[in-house]
Design a protein around this ligand. Structure first.
Ligand code: TYD
Length: 224
């Protein structure tokens, strides 16, 4: 049975870059890795993604938005994640059920209890073993994203700064409630230092302790 590891974070936190670096390092170490993302990762999911993130479709109601994210999630769990785990792969997913709790729950003010029930249904109770959260100041994250990939500027990012602030506070609350599952990292640390910290944590999770990696000073990027 494989292991599910998810990445969470705000726009511009660099989580996608870190996911790719981790995937490459694990593959090089001989692990079978499947990297995917939400919403998307399947044909159904990609179609839902287009609906959700298109800035022209502002008429989507909050409950419809939640259900579309959950529908894309159910599809990726059934079509990609469960089969990959059954085949023994390490599955890295860029966003997962915690995104809905942070954005639709803390951000939009929908009931967390209801969202958790819907999330359990969509994932069929499949929880990540580890969730890596890259924490960044909201304004800095949005500025990074706008500068780095202006063409990716989407409907969610157009929401006001207070929304994104609530999302960040939501993530930190979720992490505090389940510290064993969450690894909270300061996203402003250098990319390589973050990568080393993440890689070490994942290798430890896998029961793999390579001498050369353990000698590196990896704790610098980790928040207490
Ligand atoms: P994406 O372009 O994938 O952004 P990022 O690179 O930040 O992951 O857009 C995903 C957007 O959808 C992002 O603003 C977060 C939002 N989202 C939710 O609001 N709820 C969810 O359940 C998920 C998975 C994403």
């Amino acid at each position: 049975m494989g292991v599910l590891i998810t990445f969470e974070g705000a726009e511009g936190s660099g989580k996608t870059t870190q996911l790719r670096m981790l995937a490459a390092a694990l593959a090089q170490a001989g692990y079978r890795v499947v990297a995917t993302r939400e919403p998307g990762g399947t044909r159904i999911g990609d179609a839902i993604r287009t609906l959700l993130l298109d800035h022209r479709r502002v008429e989507i109601s909050p409950r419809a938005e939640t259900l579309l994210f959950q529908a894309a999630r159910a599809q990726i769990v059934d079509e990609v994640i469960r089969p990959a785990l059954a085949a023994g792969s390490i599955v890295l997913c860029d966003r997962y059920a915690d995104s809905t709790l942070a954005y639709q729950g803390y951000g939009r003010g929908q009931s967390l209890d209801t969202l958790k029930l819907l999330g359990d249904y969509a994932t069929d109770h499949l929880s990540p073993t580890l969730t890596i959260y890259l924490d960044i100041d909201v304004r800095e994250g949005l500025a990074r994203k706008r500068a780095g990939a202006p063409e990716e500027w989407n409907r969610m990012e157009n929401l006001d700064i207070n929304f994104h602030q609530r999302v960040r506070e939501g993530y930190l609350a979720l992490a505090a409630a389940e510290p064993a599952r969450w690894l909270v990292l300061d996203a402003t640390q250098p990319i390589e230092a973050l990568h080393r910290t993440i890689l070490l944590r994942v290798l430890a999770l896998l029961g793999d302790f390579p001498e050369n990696l353990l000698q590196m000073n990896s704790g610098e990027a980790e928040r207490s």
